[in-house]
Design a protein around this ligand. Structure first.
Ligand SMILES: Nc1nc2c(ncn2[C@@H]2O[C@H](COP(=O)(O)OP(=O)(O)OP(=O)(O)O)[C@@H](O)[C@H]2O)c(=O)[nH]1
Ligand SMILES: [Mg+2]
Length: 454
């Protein structure tokens, strides 16, 4: 993307059309970084690139203690990559770290090929996957916020280029001011629109106060939506793509006659642009207000531990702290196949040293789902007792039953079958509502509708 094309970006959806749909990926191996770590980051960047529909032609790593201020990688290395890119007619160079406007300029000038960075790629994926009005506005807001601080440097840059001419001095400053004003106005407009949508969301959430709320969170592509579909008997889009889900979906789930709300939301990723975290804060309101967090993990992923850390860090950033959490280690079927391990052995090898419950499952193969349901049920009932004790008699579980459930969920050997009833949602106070196109089904606060009558 030439610097001018970047300029267009402030106002338009970025497009990758008109060039070969392929890329070379570039990363630095910095001091203190292990080669495996860099490789893993590049694998993820490759997945992001493929999610955008670009083919990865090659990956290049250069060992440097810090980025070159002008060209990010060393100028010699850039020459090599440029030659390679020309030879294979590559459409884009994609860098694993954020580039400064000056670096973008020099890389593009040297190579003649548009340069994108990780943030650009993530923003483009988000823009493509945004389905609702709210998600679209949030992505636009994130993009403009990303561009605003870069404006001056970008223009200074253009100025310097033209600088030789001399008489144009000052035109750039005026242009910057004009652009900055336009962008700031647009940001203010977007914020206002988003606030209105947020208000509607708040009203909706207030109306279903007396339900225990469980929020699924996790790294992208770990299987949150697949699990949501399984638990809520839904058919939401689950794909082997990063950021398949951008909007929050809330469904009513009933386990053993105990109802609760389950939400599925946007996944996290390392180096998630902070503008995106900011603008998606409201999408994550469900998680912030949840009583219980289901932290879903892809335990078959080589970096699952680092992913857990990234998710916990991001949760902190958006204000999700100190919540009862259940760690759900998904995709055990892959470990079983690849490493020839049984469930017990996987539990032994992969459990974390934490106090919270940890359940190992496969959402696609239906492994250990009963135990997961029982654990969720146990925590949900605890929350009902704590927060809505007046509702507990209606749920029909007394202390004895809860104690029995606790014993069952602690004993991993032989989980007893606890039947799970899923009621037809239409019969239970659901009114499909789509205000501001947020995909949330409303739950009636009429308790006779919420709770199963025994
Ligand atoms: N082998 C295996 N694949 C799974 C399992 N659960 C989910 N998947 C696959 O993993 C991919 C991602 O699943 P999603 O449910 O879309 O993941 P997500 O966490 O919602 O992802 P985002 O919305 O993109 O953040 C899909 O191809 C699923 O079929 C599992 O238990 N085992
Ligand atoms: Mg999803």
């Amino acid at each position: 993307m030439s610097t001018n094309t970047q300029h267009q970006w402030w106002f338009e959806e970025p497009s990758l059309e008109g060039r070969p749909q392929s890329a070379i990926l570039v990363a630095l191996q910095r001091r203190n970084q292990k080669p495996e770590e860099v490789e893993e980051h590049l694998r993820e960047l490759a997945f992001l690139t493929k999610t955008l529909g670009l083919q990865v032609v090659d990956t290049v790593v250069q060992r440097r203690p810090y980025p070159h201020p002008r060209t990010f990688i060393g100028p010699g290395k850039l020459k090599e990559i440029s030659a390679l890119a020309k030879q294979y007619n590559v459409g884009y160079l994609i860098f694993d770290d954020d580039l400064t406007p000056a670096q973008i300029h020099h890389i593009e000038k040297e190579s003649g090929i548009p340069a994108l960075d990780r943030t650009d790629v993530i923003l483009m994926i988000f823009a493509r996957h945004a389905r609702t009005n709210q998600a679209r506005l949030q992505v636009q807001l994130a993009r403009l916020q990303h561009m605003l601080p870069r404006l001056k440097r970008m223009w200074t840059h253009l100025e310097r280029q033209r600088g030789g001419i001399g008489h144009r001095g000052g035109a750039g400053e005026r242009e910057i001011e004009k652009d900055r004003r336009i962008i700031k106005n647009k940001i203010a407009q977007l914020r206002k629109k988003l606030k209105e949508i947020e208000k509607q969301g708040e009203v909706r959430r207030r109306r279903r106060q007396e339900m225990v709320r469980v929020a699924m969170v996790g790294y992208t592509n770990v299987g949150k939506t697949t699990l949501m579909n399984l638990l809520a008997h839904e058919n939401l889009l689950a794909e082997n793509k990063l950021f398949a889900t951008l909007d929050t979906t809330v469904r009513r789930v009933v386990i053993d006659n105990v109802p609760f709300l389950l939400s599925d939301t946007v996944g996290f990723i390392r180096k998630l642009p902070h503008e995106l975290v900011e603008s998606f804060k409201n999408t994550l309101a469900e998680a912030r207000e949840a009583d219980i967090i289901l932290h879903v993990i892809d335990v078959s992923h080589p970096s699952y531990k680092e992913q857990i850390k990234t998710v916990n860090r991001t949760l902190k950033q958006v204000g999700v702290v100190n919540k009862p959490t259940i760690y759900v280690f998904n995709k055990v079927d892959i470990l079983m196949k690849q490493k020839d391990l049984d469930l017990q052995e996987i539990e032994r090898q992969y459990s974390l040293d934490v106090d919270e419950p940890q359940i190992f499952i496969s959402a696609t193969e239906g492994i250990n789902i009963d135990k997961l349901k029982k654990t969720i049920l146990r925590e949900v009932i605890k929350q009902y007792k704590e927060k809505y004790p007046h509702l507990v008699p209606r749920i029909g579980l007394d202390s004895k039953a809860l104690k029995a459930l606790e014993e069952q969920t602690q004993d991993a050997k032989e989980p007893e079958d606890l039947s799970v009833s899923q009621q037809a949602q239409e019969d239970n106070g659901f009114a499909s509502e789509s205000s501001g196109k947020i995909e949330i089904r409303e739950v009636s606060v009429d308790r006779t509708n919420i709770y199963t009558e025994k």
